[in-house]
Ligand binder design. Sequence first.
Ligand SMILES: Cc1cc2nc3c(=O)[nH]c(=O)nc-3n(C[C@H](O)[C@H](O)[C@H](O)COP(=O)(O)OP(=O)(O)OC[C@H]3O[C@@H](n4cnc5c(N)ncnc54)[C@H](O)[C@@H]3O)c2cc1C
Length: 476
Amino acid sequence: MQEPTKISEDAMGKLLDSEKLEHCFECGICTASCPVVKIISKHYNPRILLQTVSRDLERAITEAEPWLCAWCDRCYKRCPQGLNLPEIFLLTRNIATERNYISRFSEALETIGREIPFPGVCGLVCFGKVDIPGAIETLERYVADYELKVRPEKAVPTPKKRREKIAVIGSGPAGLTAAYELARKGYQVTVFESLPEPGGMLRWGIPEFRLPRKVLDTEIQRIKCLGVKIRTNVTVGKDLTINGLLKDGYKAIFIATGAPKSRKLRIEGEKLKGVMHAIDLLREVSMGKKVELGPRVAVIGGGNVAIDAARAVLRLGAKEVTILYRRSREEMPANPWEARHGEREGVKIQFLVAPKKILGKDGRLVALECMRMELGEPDESGRRRPIPIENSEFTIQLDTMILAIGESPDPSVLPKGIEVTRQNTITVDPITLETSLPGIFAGGDVVSGPATVIEAIVAGRKAASSIDDYVRGGGS
Ligand SMILES: Cc1cc2nc3c(=O)[nH]c(=O)nc-3n(C[C@H](O)[C@H](O)[C@H](O)COP(=O)(O)OP(=O)(O)OC[C@H]3O[C@@H](n4cnc5c(N)ncnc54)[C@H](O)[C@@H]3O)c2cc1C
């Protein structure tokens, strides 16, 4: 690291001016809605951290706490004053980085690592966010050092064995966290996973350039060391059923199957060759398959998945990668630093543009007809509604078009009798995560819809605790 520098005028100015820090009236909604608080309430409290940042920034930057915001945005979405806490904490981390306090990130990792099985993963995709060029590499080094220090087989004490068997369906962060917690309580846990390797979106969605698989593999190894069995290439609902698992003596089941289905655009030409879904593309790339895209690629959408897909496409050798988003930068759901990373690498973003018709020749996409948009009144999401501008159509020539307009759970694998919402998410008791069927619990993206790693981890912990209560209570 370089010598300590003066806090950059720019970062400081932005922090103190752009956010109305003093407008916080300390209602505590941020803290109540924060998933990190649910894991380490003694070490992290966004309401108090915000106070420290606004009253004593010099102290805030020297502490580990700003590195524990996981960027799920729950606090921001719920704050009655609209305070963008994650952005404030990001700026605080930027300043801490400039002032050489970046090593506090290691303390944050150690604190969270005592409680969850994925500190390294979260360090990279949740906590290790900072918008200073070059700093990401330093943070990655801290994660690698941390992983070396915590040797898998020494990480957790051997639990006292219980004889009850529990099944977990899906090996993403929700399923594996539940498996880890249940194994620590002594249960015999088997995880069933339809894909060839465990990890869920950590392995098949988030690109390797953001989450090296070595980190994920080390952390999964720690879980296996507890005796958790992971059976891959088994799709529950097809190869075996939930009722079959119950008959086989599993006392409780946790469904953590995520949100793997891509939303459709529903415009002409969507079935043409050359049109693909972002999570399919990212999965193919993660599986090491060869993907031919051609030189001109457009990605439709404004979320993190769109940015990941665009950055992955650049790495596959495309010459021109353009994200088309129908609202403006302000409404973009992607984390701002992720968008900036993509732009620094060469991804172009066109705002206020929506696809209208996909044009093809001989069954293959050749161009996309788009429309310019303007913003109207806010819609139910709170963001200003995009409205097409009459006669604004224009066409762009394309070799591949990638859709990243949202994901949803796949209800087709669920047993009869499980209640689902109109969005295909499973309905659960919010306290216990039990579904409408006794002894069957669900959590993670399959309940919340697409969310974040930290929220999936919290759901896994909650489910494990409820399953323990359920089994100890005699299973009813
Ligand atoms: C491209 C991308 C980038 C992301 N980036 C971030 C990020 O930077 N930070 C962040 O916090 N979050 C990020 N997320 C979101 C995060 O990955 C998810 O919220 C999280 O993985 C959800 O965890 P989960 O365990 O609920 O489901 P998943 O991770 O989706 O895991 C579900 C697992 O269940 C398996 N499964 C499904 N059906 C069956 C079945 N019938 N039988 C057996 N197995 C089944 C699936 O194969 C999968 O392995 C990203 C998501 C994507 C797609």
